[in-house]
Write a protein that binds this ligand. Sequence first.
Ligand code: PLP
Length: 422
Amino acid sequence: MKVQRTLAPTAAPVSIWTAVRAGKGLWGRGTTRDRIEIELRQYFGANDVLLVSSGKAALTLILLALARTSPRRRIVMPAYTCYSVPSSVIKAGLEVVPCDVDPRTLDFNFQDLERVLDDHTLCVLSTHLFGASADTARVMTLCRNRGIIVIEDAAQAFGGTVEGRRIGSIGDVAFFSLGRGKNVSCGSGGIVVARSESLATRLREEYAQWPDPSFGERMRTWVEVIMTALFLRPWLYWFPAGLPFLGLGETKFDTSFALARMDDVRASLLDGWRERLECLNHRRGKAATKLLGMMAGMKDVWPLPRRETQYLRLPVLVRDHIVKDTLCRLGCEEGLGISRSYPATIAHIPELQGRIAVGPFPGAQTVVDRLVTLPIHEFVNDQDRVRIISTIKRSTQVSSCMPEAEVRGENRAHSASSCSIL
Ligand SMILES: *Cc1c(COP(=O)(O)O)cnc(C)c1O
């Protein structure tokens, strides 16, 4: 553990005062939640909106509702995505089908998508990874006449738009995450957005069976929210980041998460969500523009093409895995919030071996080997950005004059330790 200014890779800060005040929700009976659901329904122009305990729970709710009325069992998703996504699919008793991605867009490789779709496909997850908009409209066209439902995984893209349409209102149904590292956060939480009435009815039926969190769970949430509000600050973040048992930012495959409605502690934290979301996204946009300007013309570094929507973190491809490993190690040592993102393709998740296609998924593997994300949240200041850029320059130079095996061995060992902070 190193006591120094330390940036989280991503952050949606909540003021301590707001966190403390959310304690009024401890005795709430869901009225705050119901009110926020109505605000969200209007924002999305959706038929229905449901608030649940996490993004994973939101996806599981959708899958359980869809699977109940269909014999189809296959869920198609990008081979490079958050491990929570296959976790939800397994939790719902369904089958994970990976599809390769295009490393230049992080969206599906559409040729591969046409290959994997078949009569057993229940739905496709069009994923706006890091906030980079996916071409959901194209997936809709492919699925329209085949009875396949399109789910937007908008966990990292709350507030984004594509061609004037809000992300989350393009697919048949969508979900968002309100977890710690997302666009706007209430500690943990998820939003389900249903466009059509028939889907909304099925989702409501499933939701009606879900419990409200107990008083003890609400209390735990509240304490967690206050701790997060406090320790996310760069002058304190070194502390939780250095505690391995917290597993901050680790990407785990885990099916033991709760399936519950959102409680009023978390819902209270969403008071004024729209202004906060717009403000946070605006600041991220400005920070991304600054970093992109500083990277213009740099060798061996390729930021993903900027699209209409807003990034949650800034995704950048570097020359090879040596540069990536060096950069992540140096970035970690200096507390710069540079992240290696997901450690492998979902086809390599140990718990899924034997029940998932092994690939190869060359596009997804390229992303695993070469993608880093740079922090663009409001705690990143100009001085941090100068240090981030000079660290990138150093890692592209250092690694080209070191024997590959040496760099590799050293860094692989290192990345397994405390510096896997996402
Ligand atoms: C975070 C995330 C999820 C899951 O959301 P949680 O609220 O953490 O359960 C799903 N998909 C993607 C792409 C995510 O980033």
